[in-house]
Design a binder for this molecule. Sequence first.
Ligand code: ADP
Length: 413
Amino acid sequence: MLLCSGKIPSDSSMDRGDCLSLYMMETSKKNFPVIGIIGGGQLGKMFIQKASQWSVPVNILDKDEHCPSGVLANRHLLGSITNGDDIQQLADISDVLTWEIEHIDVDKLIELKAQGKTIIPDPDILKIIQDKGRQKNFYQQHQIPTAPFFVAKDKYQAAEMLAKTGFRKMAVKACTGGYDGKGVFITERHAVLENPDIIPFDGELMVEEFVPCKTEIAVLVARNQKGEMAVYPAIEMEFDPVSNLVSFLKSPANIPYHLEVRAEQIALQCASAFNSPGLLAVEFFLSEENELLVNEIAPRPHNSAHHTIEGFFTSQYEQLLRVLLGMPLGATHLKMPCSMVNLVGPETGSGRYRLRYFNELNALPGVYVHLYGKEESKPNRKLGHITMVQPSMEKLLEITQKVRTLTEIEIIE
Ligand code: ADP
């Protein structure tokens, strides 16, 4: 029975009978269902921080003993998120399953759903989202506005198909396995026609016409088990004009009211089309012609909504908790203008690290530092984030610029 407390190895050394009977005793004593999260990263950690406020027990499955959620989880099952047997073990000790990362064994979840397990969101959504080609076809079938595209079985077929389109510039995307821009290759028509081998991916590809953008925005929607929906105001990604990387996110977005309303409408349309409880983060391109086009959707808490913890009446994590517990949704009003910067590992090295100006940052009013507790820094690894909340947009931009000068991650060994 001791094996059931704290870290649980996913191999056969665990006595499943003992563990299950302990779980039955535990659930009968509790007011809430036990939640099981597939993945133990920072999204899970921030979710458990909220769940622990209401004393809702949360188990996690992650093979890394030192993953960010591990310290807070009720039970940490040490196992793989892509292994069906390990997911089964998490299901055995949890009433409701959810996930915080897309690259998991979705077929196992579909099997568990067929056996009557409660899984939120519906795993059929994940099956669609996991493949960029399938995802784009879904938008097309549901009249959700998105950039023109085609799907090819490999880079050579992509070049043949490209010749039949009018695309001059495009984003070539690996259908599976990409994240944080890895798996996206932006290139010109003539370059691919001349030499398809410049595409750095093998396997199936989704080729999308390049959208010259004014900006990129994201809208989060929550849908509860009764089908009620709540939508958050758009967040805008600010790009560094030199590196063209996202430098910070801000809410409310600086877009005309009618585009804000349109973005919220499209996000709700997406949630209706998927027809499942859960969170959906909908990312958009706002084209130079003021067209809103859905780029991609994440069916889980999202990096673009971290600011809802301090800046909104109900955070994205509380909203997901409400959905999983079968509750009504919370209010999605913004308290004050807010912004967010990610803290990422420097390009120059790997190893143990510290946030160099931790004290200086915490001396600033309305500035909230989150450190995820990852043991090592690696180039561009997300190690934390900082949310800024201020009474006016002017003050917000001022403090955001100041904070951006203080985000240095220093490698200490
Ligand atoms: P990931 O799923 O890895 O985050 P995305 O598909 O969101 O990848 O692409 C990453 C970034 O690449 C986008 O945020 C955008 O800046 C750029 N991008 C992707 N597709 C296009 C496109 N069709 N037109 C213009 N920019 C694009």
